[in-house]
Design a protein around this ligand. Sequence first.
Ligand SMILES: CC(C)(COP(=O)(O)OP(=O)(O)OC[C@H]1O[C@@H](n2cnc3c(N)ncnc32)[C@H](O)[C@@H]1OP(=O)(O)O)[C@@H](O)C(=O)NCCC(=O)NCCS
Length: 196
Amino acid sequence: MPYHTPESPFDEFTVRLPDGTVLTVRPLKLTDAKALSDFRKNNDRFGLHDPFWRDGGPVSSLEKIRSVISGIREQITAGRSLSVAAWDGDRIVAWFSFRLGPDETAPTWAEIGYAVDLEYEGRGVITNIGFLSIWPGFRKYNLLRVWAKMDPRNDASIRTAEALDLRLAAVPSELADEVPAGMLYYELREENFRAY
Ligand SMILES: CC(C)(COP(=O)(O)OP(=O)(O)OC[C@H]1O[C@@H](n2cnc3c(N)ncnc32)[C@H](O)[C@@H]1OP(=O)(O)O)[C@@H](O)C(=O)NCCC(=O)NCCS
């Protein structure tokens, strides 16, 4: 599989789905606020899984969405995030977050999160973006772990994590504050990423 090896985290790349659809993948820009708003409106089901709730609270106006995007771009510039949106034409169809921690000077882990438009679910969007995003991130930052937390009732999320080679594991002590009680912790094992 060709990996995404960008000069800059703001570079775009493309993903070809098994059905032939080609998506463009890149970080959000301020001018994407309306498209992001539509993505959210079309997908009420995201609810508390919506990655934008965590950072900005419920986002109700384009102005608020722009400020959330601006915050994400600052994080990318500061080396704390490689998060991207996927586009089919002028429509956002997926979001893949890649948040680096614990600090930007020497990140040792990345937390991933994902969401896809209902019409695109089950078409390989997140597994394809994930494989193109995770491995270069690992290499670039020489990370110890990529992880995700998830609701045990969220079958689609669990299957997606497993498709990306993450496995259920005990929460490492350094992440104890990051994973609320009752959430499952999935981690990409070192032997998996070393093999790539
Ligand atoms: C989780 C989610 C992002 C999956 O994205 P996706 O692009 O459909 O995933 P893919 O097509 O790459 O499929 C990955 C795996 O998930 C499975 N899957 C996809 N949708 C599913 C569903 N509704 N129910 C059960 N499994 C599902 C696929 O079959 C595949 O598993 P397999 O390889 O064992 O066959 C999507 O369901 C979503 O946006 N859910 C709402 C937001 C959310 O819960 N995000 C996660 C928060 S932790």
